[in-house]
Design a protein around this ligand. Structure first.
Ligand code: ZN
Length: 189
């Protein structure tokens, strides 16, 4: 049994290497029109060829994408211009590679290896909801209810995104959102 797991790991490492080599190939990048950058932030569509305004924006959207799709992505950074993310599901082949285009900002999805062969991670605390993600999503709840507690906010986020988020993450994310909305530390992130 161990040998077969090692074999799968070795195969996965080979696939990752090929994908990253592929992502490094210089392809002509067209200057995207501004309207290429419209996305439904709550239900983002991420496909091969999709363009995103910046790395930060892409990362926020792929977190929502993974949470909505009920899977966890491990992002393996390779360098500043490209990265590889893979599904954390057991031996799941799902992969995504992106590269930054010639303007140095726009992120283009290079390749997505489908489909998922993993089971849902909905019952597991998602690693996709980090403090920055919680802060962004918490804004509208805080705007309507400035004194909302972390437990209540956590309940609302978990119901909205149908996932499990750590209390600590929600609490820290809430503080970030409040600082951003009202606080003097708002400009620090
Ligand atoms: Zn998967």
């Amino acid at each position: 049994m161990k040998a077969s797991i090692a074999y799968v790991d070795a195969c996965v490492a080979d696939i990752d290497e090929d994908l990253l080599a592929d992502a490094a190939l210089p392809v002509p990048d067209h200057m995207p029109e501004e309207d290429h950058f419209w996305y439904d932030k709550e239900h983002p569509v991420i496909e091969e060829g999709s363009l995103f305004r910046s790395t930060n924006e892409f990362r926020m959207l792929i977190r929502t994408f993974a949470i909505r799709g009920k899977f966890d992505i491990k992002i393996k950074d390779s360098d500043t211009t490209r990265f590889l993310g893979h599904c954390k599901g057991n031996a799941c082949p799902w992969r995504i590679t992106t590269r930054t285009t010639e303007d140095g900002k726009t992120v283009r999805v290079n390749k997505i290896v489908k489909p998922h062969k993993c089971s849902s991670t909905a019952a597991v605390t998602t690693s996709m909801a980090d403090q920055a993600w919680v802060a962004e999503k918490a804004m509208r709840y805080i705007q309507t209810e400035p004194n909302i507690g972390a437990s209540e906010l956590r309940k609302k986020l978990q119901a909205e995104y149908k996932c499990t988020i750590g209390y600590h993450t929600v609490n820290k994310g809430k503080e970030r959102a409040k600082n951003s909305l009202y606080g003097t530390w708002g400009k620090s992130f």
